[in-house]
Design a protein around this ligand. Sequence first.
Ligand SMILES: Cc1cc2nc3c(=O)[nH]c(=O)nc-3n(C[C@H](O)[C@H](O)[C@H](O)COP(=O)(O)O)c2cc1C
Length: 358
Amino acid sequence: MWENNRLCRLLDIRYPLIQAPMAGSSTAELTIASSRAGTLGSVAAAMLSTDQLAEQCRHVREQSNGNFNVNFFAHIEPSMDAAKNAAMRDLLKPAYAAVGLSDVPEASVSSPSFGQPQLDVLLREQPSVVSFHFGLPGDDALQALKQYGARILCSATCVGEARELERRGVDAIIAQGFEAGGHRGTFAEPYEKGQVGTIALVPQVVDAVSLPVIAAGGIADGRGIAAALALGADGVQIGTAFLRCPESATNTTYRNALASSGDDRTRITQAFSGRPARGIENRYMRDMAGKEEQFPDFPIPNSLTGALRAASGKAGTGDYMSLWSGQAGALARDVPAGELIEILIRETEDVISGIQNS
Ligand SMILES: Cc1cc2nc3c(=O)[nH]c(=O)nc-3n(C[C@H](O)[C@H](O)[C@H](O)COP(=O)(O)O)c2cc1C
């Protein structure tokens, strides 16, 4: 049986499915609906203040079964480079003019890497699962989380990263294939190391580690879930397929772009945040291609592009928005999250029994 397997037991869930944390797009309501449906809901905490983080943990705990994941970015803190900040601000001037805004904001660090303030909130709120993207924080932080009983997950985009995560003591590994929407979780340099597709990555990670492996990237229906299980994954983390659910914070422009997207519409870009991420290709991504050398370190570009993205969304064009999406974005369905999860479970069971009976 695919339900109640070792990942389910580890994470205390009925079905081995995780609603991916999606900073800027997932909401407490999405987390609540996913946890209520017998899967693991995730709070995307990378861009939350510590007050917002504590408030969201309490709200989700009260409204769900109390079992949820909280996710953070554990990137290396950026160094402020005045020349790069100025260069990117110059590059952005035509885009700002195009959406009717006059001034490109000053550069700042809009979201800090995981650190003591976030750890302090976790030690008080004690969510059952904590996941990381862009690598792990230091051993002291991991030990403190483990001491209260947190299960720790982290994304790997190649076998070497998966081995490193096992060595550092995580409880399960999210194998993020190249099809995945949003930021590549790659923490080994160079980024090109982490460009392995899900169907090639998952079985190789499964062979390399003894921990449960969670497949992520391009999985949006029961066929994808069953395929991931067939590759040896213990579970699946799904992001893009939830973006059209009413509980997601996706605005109308973004929803329309997803609804009309296709398998060939996404590209990897560094132009919004400074780190490679997959989204539906738009004018901004095309204009900024090849200029990566001039971008400041992640996440500084977020502070430069935030107002641009918001204005573009309001204008309804999407030309300058970050339309994060995996390669299976066209398979996303416009149904409430609880219903989507029921459909995914039914589809998976149909595919598995169809293969067994064929
Ligand atoms: C809109 C969006 C935002 C994302 N934000 C995060 C995030 O905050 N933290 C994280 O660990 N992963 C994030 N991801 C990546 C997901 O964890 C996961 O790897 C990805 O969604 C899987 O591919 P799929 O989108 O094809 O399902 C994001 C993905 C999307 C689509």
